[in-house]
Design a protein around this ligand. Structure first.
Ligand code: IMP
Ligand code: MG
Length: 180
């Protein structure tokens, strides 16, 4: 079992499993035939997933532009509250197909806020790609178009996801299971 920062981490999704799934997701994205595609990666949690998925998309023949948006949904705790836009994209999305990438779809508030923002600005189609889906936590009617894996109802870290900005560097997704 990996030990990081003196904590034992249970691996849920290995680096190999994620890489294999990313290649499949990229083929699914390619099959949709998006035109003038703009990828919008939601910071900070999706930065590694987005980096890997867009490279898999390149292999699958997709040629997106790439932007980043920073939205914050968590207040002090770990329950998703009001969503705020902290840093916007620079591109005009009017008439474009947009693929929003996030790490986890939980209540759906983060992705609903971001999707609605792109639609209000005149995007033609807005699709959603997430690495993990905690469907048992949903509080909106939102579903993602592309899902890496269904996720158990546990707080996960790694592959971009953090607790207090730690553990983002892990190449796998895991759960902190206790002191090492
Ligand atoms: P939602 O707005 O409730 O769908 O929350 C989604 C956001 O919450 C994601 O972008 C994540 O950043 C964060 N999040 C939800 N569950 C976890 C977790 O288990 N680990 C780390 N971040 C999480
Ligand atoms: Mg996030």
């Amino acid at each position: 079992m990996p030990v990081v920062k003196h904590k034992k981490i249970d691996v849920l999704f290995s680096a190999e499993a994620i890489a294999k799934r990313n290649a499949e997701l990229a083929l699914d994205v390619a099959a949709r035939g998006y035109s003038n595609l703009l990828v919008v990666s939601i910071l900070k949690g999706s930065f590694i997933f987005a980096a890997d998925l867009i490279r898999a998309m390149h292999v699958a023949g997709v040629e997106p532009d790439v932007e980043f948006i920073t939205v914050s949904s968590y207040g002090a705790g770990t329950e998703s509250g009001a969503v705020r836009l902290l840093r916007d994209i620079d591109s005009d999305v009017k008439g474009r197909d947009v693929l929003i990438i996030d790490d986890i779809l939980e209540s759906g508030k983060t992705l609903k806020f971001t999707r609605d923002l792109m639609l209000e600005r005149g995007a033609s189609r807005v699709a959603l790609a997430v690495l993990l889906d905690k469907s048992m936590r949903r509080k909106t009617d939102l579903e993602a178009d592309f899902v890496g894996f269904p996720c158990p109802d546990q707080f996960v870290v790694g592959y971009g996801m953090d607790v207090g900005h730690a553990f983002r560097q892990l190449p796998f997704v895991g759960v902190v299971s206790g002191d090492a």
